[in-house]
Ligand binder design. Sequence first.
Ligand code: ADP
Ligand code: ZN
Length: 712
Amino acid sequence: MLEQAQRVLKDIFGYDSFRGRQAAIIECVANGGDALVLMPTGGGKSLCFQVPGLLRPGLTVVVSPLIALMDDQVATLDELGVAAAALNSTLSAEQQRELAGRLRRGEVKMLYLAPERLVQPRMLEFLQGLDVSLFAIDEAHCVSQWGHDFRPEYLQLGQLAEQFPHVPRIALTATADMRTREEIVQRLHLQGAERFLSSFDRPNIFYRIVPKEAPRKQLMAFLGERRGNAGIVYCLSRKKVDETAAFLCEQGFPALSYHAGLAADTRASNQRRFLNEEGLIMVATIAFGMGIDKPNVRFVAHLDLPKSLEAYYQETGRAGRDGLPADAWMAYGLQDMVMLKQMLQNSEGDERHKRVEQHKLDAMLALCEETRCRRQSLLAYFDEVLEQPCGHCDNCVDQVQTWDATEPARQALSAVFRTGQRYGVGHLVDVLLGKDNEKIRSFGHEKLSVYGVGKSLSEHEWRSLFRQLVARGLVDIDLEGYGGLRLSDSCRPLLRGEVNLQLRRDLKPQTSTKSSSGGSPASQLVRGEEREMWEALRTLRRKLAEEHSVPPYVIFPDSTLLEMLRSQPASLADMGQVSGVGARKLERYGQAFLEVLNGGESTQAPKVVLDLRHELVSLARAGMTPMQIAGQLNCSEKNVYSLLAEALGRQELSLDQALDLPEDLMMEVQDAFLDGEGELPPVAAIAAQFAQRVPEGVLYCIRAALAAEFEL
Ligand code: ADP
Ligand code: ZN
């Protein structure tokens, strides 16, 4: 079974190996078992039902909550040469009839449906008459009444268990918490399902949280290092979304806005542009997100603090679904805390609910002020242990310093107390620094014992200290009044000198605005000299995407373009080795991308390739070894082998001419290929046997020669 699955993976999807638990999940489901799959965004959930769907005879029915997601997946499968269709409200009656006909004739392999459609009695009856061999329930957390994506129709999917007792079901979600998991099992009757729980770490995301100083400037510095990449900037309010988007456009960044206050068609059109065009920045409230399947979102920036770690994880998780490097960046400051605490206080709901929300906010603040690895801390919140610091977050790479702030903290608390617990940070810092101004004199604060005691710290350092005191709950913000600070009960031990206080030392604002990441950003995929070719590849992809009316990433994901760029395939055979290039796409697009790689002008390229082939054959006949040919033609040895394999396939060369191999080794390889009966085995089947002894390219050559000789 796994061998077949491997072949489907390579031939249809163009990938070399399964990721994480994919293989185990596919084996379970393809053999008719039920499965519950919990995997983070970008983990590769789709393959977990698409591959078994292709391995099993009959139809796979996929339940998906959003039309946009369905259309995306259907387009992707279509490009791969898999017969897929979506049945939803956008189809006309005529189109629906036509689709029903195709389904009856068994011409569709994968059918996407909205849950409300699936559970209609007529639909269930119709499906009973078909050969359904698998149900996949995507976004299964929509069954949870406690989650924000709750869809009542999902509750009715439980009946599939009785109506189709012999059809395996696989439910998938990226929501990690235990309660949701149990709810899915209960409601969907998946008690007997095997559970596959993956790590929720997103190793390709680089996390950075900086203190807010001059937010727009900081954002610009962050974006400036990521020009040309797509990303999302989250803000709390609609007004701030509009202002930030306008500001970015003024500054020459291509930005769009998205929030619930925009007209529905503007929202839809902005979302469509974000998906279909490259390098756009979406400035949005949290209304933007669910259903954003765009794999190449390179960064998510927060200009305001999310209200919980769940929200932070979900929002930042929209970056880097494709597994390539991505950035999660956030600027946060005291004002964010005041705002969120105020919102919480004014929100509806009982005291218990507010307490729960307060705890969630506290956990979010703790992450902001965390001095150890952010990833360890984030995963720990979701009950996952990461043994070592990740080495891929700001705290790991900058080696955050802490300092003993016990004494200054006491001075700060004392300033709060002596000024009557009603002033904001600005005034308190002025008092500590001994500033001479109107406000101070009018309240007589220059006479206080704390006046001017804090001159050894800068204003910036005092602000950082106050922020951390608030984040740790050592002082409270007066939410009824003007945001003045008050002592909280938990500061007593510190005041009494019973405990010490270690605080995070913020990076100097200059460095944090000049370079937000201290070096070139993780998410800048290509550098200097590669840029031109990268753009050329993207241009071709965009052109093809327009011709086919699909988003660019449906033609090829960035990871595939990047591998083309780095490995420089010189032939179609090479191109077929690139991860993400399956048979169908190779046939459709291989040549076009080869031409771009081999020199841009599409009329010139074939000639160049032909010349190269011609020359190669001459050099081989002349007795040069593959290594010498590579040197002569200035191309990689791998490329030489694949061109040699092609020439051998056309019988333009003999094996002796092409290769430089001892007689007995040559015989041994040939025997290995001819050992079985019937078909020649693929190179992969015997590669291990000859690993370290001959380059893999040699195996391709010998196989090509044998295939040509025996017409296999
Ligand atoms: P999820 O639904 O879990 O967020 P997807 O199914 O969209 O993730 O997969 C994310 C990306 O990873 C897609 O571009 C997909 O083609 C790619 N991918 C999935 N599995 C593999 C694999 N085994 N090898 C290479 N790429 C993969
Ligand atoms: Zn880390």
